[in-house]
Structure formats: structure tokens, C-alpha cells
Design a protein around this ligand. Structure first.
Ligand SMILES: [Zn+2]
Length: 349
């Protein structure tokens, strides 16, 4: 049976909207709610939330086959206000592993605990070329030297506090989304691209009148970037878990932006040989362009479930993302390949 068509216009539109919703880990609720609203249009799905706030969509099917699950995460790197400096600017504490040099001069929103948004940007504290000259480029880009300059009048800690900003407020970096020639360039394609893959697969299947071969749980994780997203929320009846997360593109990597990748091993260990074989066979059967790869500085939400005691066969697939955790980029070809692979898996017995 051929795979159903993917509505690429819808896919890109959904992904761009999702990318533009700020959702650092711990503050990802608006993005989870956005996905929840999108999935609520499919009455095949039963939507629930975990206590931790993850979204679980169950597509129940009459079948003797044991249920399966897929997980993708909607939370991203970000920061919180660590300290308000005497000059009124903010010192940050990072959420996840963003590197300071990659957000230098980036626009940010500070979300206050009272629900207000305040605009600003990230600068090194020796930013002015006319003040510091060549010395500015020697300043270490680290937590002590990077600060947020707010686009409101403040020159003191007191004035900044009076704006409603307090320690622990969420700081979200602008994603800067651009779509050109099939390339999608944005921060946080990790892992919003894969959330869009999962949603697009559900939509394509539903509109084609198809159902999965077994009951499937779609787990939209909200704590992946800090290491424990899918540790909870995968029902114990699930026998196979497919993690859908970005593939690593760069020097020494096999993955690219035009293929999907099956990760065999990453920093968190080795995946399940049996499920890997099944995924490869599905890709070959449906002519899905794919690579296999090994990631060094990487651990997945599926491994978080394994570490938490989850007893499943586990695989990791995803589209190639260039310059991950930096200013990322991928291509619709890799995204289509991943969506097709998800559908092939859902339909397989
Ligand atoms: Zn990820």
C-alpha cells in the first residue's frame, strides 16, 4: 500500500507557527497547548496530559498487536533571569546547553511572573566597539559576561524590579524563522520539526481514512532538554517506542538535511537492534531516503524512558538538522522522509 500524501503547505505553516511560540523547558505550556489544539480536530485521538504537563494522544485501534508509542519534544533551550545587575540589565542562567556565542545580539522576550512580556537583547558586557575597541572581542562569552539589555528605561536594579521582572522569569531567544528554497532556517528545529512530522503524519493518515495497525500513543514531551522528558507518560502496555528527534549534521556525520536518519548509537548508548531492523526494512520497502548514524554529544527522550525503567524496544529517527543547538537549518526533503517513515511505521504490522 502506498503511503498517503503529505500536505506540505500545511506542514510548513504549522511548523513556522510552532517555532514562533516561545517554549523553553519549564515554560513550554503554550507550545503544548498549541499542539493539543491542533490534534483536537482529529476525533480518532483521545488527548490527555501527564501531571508533568506532557501531551499524550492515544489513537485506539482494535488489534491483537501490542501498542506502540512515538515521542517528540516541544520544549527548547532558553534561559531564566539569574540576577538583576546594578545597571538594570539581567544576568541569565541557561536552560539546556545553548552556547553563549550563538545568542550574542539575539532578541529576547522576558516573560514576567505576572504575565507581561518585555523586549530586550543579549549582549556581551563589553559590546560597544567605540568604548572597548579590540578588547571586546577578547571577552569570554559566558554567564558572567553576557547580559540582557532591556528595551525599556532602566538604569538600576530597582527600576528593573519595578517593571515586574523578578529572579527566575523565563527568557526566550528569538527563533528567527526563514523558509527559502525548501530550507527552513530557525532556532529550535530541535525538536519542533519532529513534532510537526508527527502531527503531519497523523493528519495525512486521518485524511486518507487510514488507521494505525495497532493502538499508538503520541507523546509530546515538555522536559527533554533537561534530560527526563519521556521518563514518564509512556503507558506500560507499550512494547515499542520510536523517538522522533533531530539527526546530527556536521563534520564527520553521515546525516544530512535531505534524508531521515536512524541513530544506532549516541552518547546515551545503543538503541534496540530488532526495532532498528524493522525501521530499516520499512524505509527500504517505501523508498524512504535514510542514513544510519552515530551521535557523540546526544541523548534522547527514549533513553530517558529506558533509564527510568521503561521496558520497550527503542529506536530513534529524525531529519538532519545542521548546526544544532545553534542557528539550525533543515530541508523539507528530510522532513518529508521522516513523516513518511512515521506513517510507514504506523501502518506496519
Ligand atoms: Zn531534541
Amino acid at each position: 500500500m502506498p503511503l498517503p500524501n503529505i500536505d506540505q503547505e500545511y506542514f510548513v505553516d504549522f511548523l513556522v507557527k510552532l517555532l514562533n511560540i516561545a517554549s523553553p523547558t519549564g515554560f513550554a505550556e503554550p507550545a503544548v497547548a498549541f499542539v493539543e489544539k491542533e490534534l483536537s480536530q482529529f476525533n480518532q485521538l483521545q488527548l490527555t496530559r501527564t501531571r508533568k504537563g506532557a501531551l499524550v494522544a492515544k489513537w485506539a485501534v482494535e488489534s491483537d498487536l501490542t501498542p506502540a508509542a512515538l515521542t517528540a519534544h516541544v520544549d527548547t533551550l532558553g534561559a531564566v533571569v539569574k540576577e538583576i545587575k546594578s545597571n538594570g540589565r539581567l544576568r541569565l542562567s541557561r536552560i539546556g546547553g545553548i552556547q553563549w556565542n550563538t545568542v550574542e545580539t539575539e532578541g529576547v522576550w522576558v516573560f514576567t511572573s505576572k504575565g507581561e512580556k518585555i523586549r530586550g537583547s543579549v549582549l556581551v558586557d563589553t559590546a560597544s566597539g567605540h568604548v572597548h575597541g579590540a578588547e571586546g572581542s577578547k571577552t569570554l562569552r559566558d554567564a558572567d559576561h553576557m547580559e540582557v539589555r532591556l528595551d525599556v528605561r532602566t538604569t538600576s536594579e530597582k527600576e528593573t524590579r519595578e517593571l515586574g521582572i523578578s529572579i527566575g522569569d523565563c527568557v526566550a531567544f528569538d527563533p528567527r524563522v526563514e523558509v527559502t528554497n525548501g530550507f527552513i532556517r530557525s532556532r529550535f528545529l530541535d525538536d519542533k520539526a519532529c513534532v510537526a512530522n508527527v502531527v503531519a503524519a497523523i493528519k495525512s493518515m486521518a485524511e486518507a481514512g487510514l488507521t494505525p495497525a495497532r493502538t499508538v500513543y503520541f507523546h509530546i514531551s515538555n522536559y527533554e532538554e533537561v534530560g527526563h522528558g519521556a521518563a514518564a507518560g509512556i503507558p506500560s502496555e507499550v512494547a515499542e517506542l520510536v523517538t522522533v528527534d533531530m539527526a546530527v549534521v556536521g563534520e564527520g556525520q553521515e546525516s544530512d538535511e535531505f534524508n531521515a536518519t536512524l541513530c544506532i548509537k549516541d552518547g546515551g548508548g545503543v538503541y534496540h537492534e530488532g526495532l532498528n531492523k524493522k525501521m530499516r526494512a520499512l524505509a527500504e520497502k517505501h523508498n524512504i531516503p535514510y542514513k544510519t548514524d552515530v551521535y557523540t554529544f546526544y541523548a534522547s527522550d527514549g533513553e530517558a524512558f529506558w533509564s527510568a525503567g521503561g521496558d520497550v524496544a527503542l529506536a530513534l529517527i529524525g531529519p538532519g538538522i545542521d548546526a544544532s543547538h545553534n542557528y539550525e537549518r533543515t530541508h523539507t526533503e528530510g522532513l518529508v522522509a521522516t513523516t513518511n517513515w512515521i506513517m510507514a511505521y504506523l501502518l506496519s504490522e
